[in-house]
Design a protein around this ligand. Structure first.
Ligand SMILES: Nc1ncnc2c1ncn2[C@@H]1O[C@H](COP(=O)(O)OP(=O)(O)O)[C@@H](O)[C@H]1O
Ligand SMILES: [Mg+2]
Length: 396
């Protein structure tokens, strides 16, 4: 369907594509958006994760860790990711068509390879920059559908950090009149979202807490040769080093001295290298190192939300992202937050694996209808952004 027809539709069925900082693969989620009422209605009906092929995964890792040979490599990676996203989206669109579900629009976040919050000053204010790869034109070509992408850049242009960018979409799903709700996403980076009761949009809070699985993944790979610490079993065999932990907690972002977002530039390979050097001096075992970095994730989340839990009388915390499956991490989070229940976000009707892809699908739909996707007091922009770039397929 052409853009000029799409913008008139009160109902849109959107395929959202997400690839997070863990760079483990592509999440795809299909949702139906109904714009008949002021607050759009959202119905979720499909989700899937596809792992990156090995060669792409190595290239992404190289881009994130400054190991690409040239700008050519970066440009080629952008296009190859777009082709991969397009292929996967087209496959799911065919599969859904066989079930009588017709996708109208694709919304793609892209793969973040750089996130640089507050790195230069313009007009007396700290400015940010960020880069997501995955050539949306290639997605539009492969699917024949209008594709909305690059959801962070409008917010960045308006002086925001471009993150946490999904808060507006999340508020449509979770803001509630009667109940304050707190959600935590544990992907590569961990972030939280607070929706105070009464739909008070100006009081919604969201920010990155610090590392999620990023350091756990890197150190599990370096120390044990595995992709991630399945169920947290390796960390569970270790002992937390409180000395190492207190050294790591002196990080400036964790102490709240920077803005609201962070990335693998800070909590990535360099930071993991620092951990290994300290751990060597302290003669820690491999398992102790993992136990300690897992505690770092748990403590930095707890520190960020402790006051809000009391102030908003939060009883349940709703979790999503892959970290939810790390049982040891969940046990440590519970130990740091003994007065709340930790439950998966499916209690609120959404599969924890696909929630971010659902959010990008929503943002794609909002963009097509020129609805502001941001919120005040979250990313630093006053929330005026209409987030996505609209890419159109070849005329048919
Ligand atoms: N069974 C599991 N046990 C422990 N950790 C897991 C498990 N399954 C997934 N994870 C973690 O979740 C990460 C992926 O989470 P995800 O939410 O996709 O993050 P992102 O949004 O950054 O891509 C993996 O890299 C891994 O660290
Ligand atoms: Mg992922």
């Amino acid at each position: 369907m052409m853009l000029r027809e799409l913008i008139k539709r009160k109902q849109l069925t959107v395929l959202g594509l997400n690839s997070g900082t863990s760079a483990d693969g592509l999440d795809l989620a299909a949702v139906q958006l109904d714009f008949t009422k002021t607050r759009p209605k959202i119905k979720y009906f499909y989700g899937k994760t596809v792992a990156y092929p090995k060669d792409l995964s190595l290239k992404i890792d190289a881009a994130i860790n400054n190991r690409l040979q040239s700008i050519d490599d970066l440009v080629l990676l952008d296009r190859r990711l777009g082709v991969f996203f397009g292929e996967q989206a087209a496959r799911i669109i065919r599969l859904l068509k066989a079930r009588n579900i017709k996708i109208d629009l694709v919304a793609s976040h892209g793969q973040t390879v750089r996130h640089l919050p507050g790195k230069f000053i313009y007009k007396g204010k700290k400015q940010s920059a960020t880069l997501q790869l995955g050539h949306p034109e290639s997605i539009a070509e492969a699917t024949g559908l209008v594709t909305v992408a690059d959801f962070r850049q409008a917010d960045i242009a308006m002086g925001g950090e471009g993150a946490p960018v999904t808060t507006g979409a999340m508020s449509l799903l979770f803001s509630n009149k009667k109940e304050s709700r707190l959600l935590i996403n544990i992907g590569g980076i961990a972030n939280y979202f607070l929706f105070p009761a009464g739909n008070r949009f100006d009081q919604i809070k969201a920010r990155d807490c610090g590392p999620g699985n990023s350091l756990i993944d890197i150190l599990t790979r370096q120390l044990f040769g595995k992709k991630y610490d399945a169920d947290g079993k390796l960390a569970a065999r270790g002992e937390i080093s409180w000395r190492l932990l207190s050294l790591l907690l002196s990080d400036k972002f964790l102490k709240g001295q920077f803005g609201v977002s962070t990335g693998r530039e800070r909590f990535g390979e360099k930071f993991a290298g620092k951990i290994l050097r300290y751990a060597g001096k302290l003669h820690l075992k491999r398992e102790d190192i993992l136990a300690t970095v897992t505690e770092l994730t748990a403590v930095s989340i707890a520190k960020n939300i402790g006051a809000d839990i009391i102030h908003h009388k939060i009883e349940n915390i709703h979790l999503f992202g892959g970290g939810w499956k790390n049982r040891y991490l969940m046990a440590r989070l519970k130990s740091n937050l003994p007065d709340v229940n930790l439950i998966a976000v499916d209690k609120l009707g959404f599969n924890p694996d696909y929630l971010e892809a659902v959010c990008y699908a929503i943002m794609g739909g909002l963009t097509i209808r020129s609805i502001i996707t941001g919120l005040p007091n979250v990313t630093g922009t006053g929330g005026r952004a209409i987030a996505g770039k609209i890419v159109q397929p070849a005329g048919r």
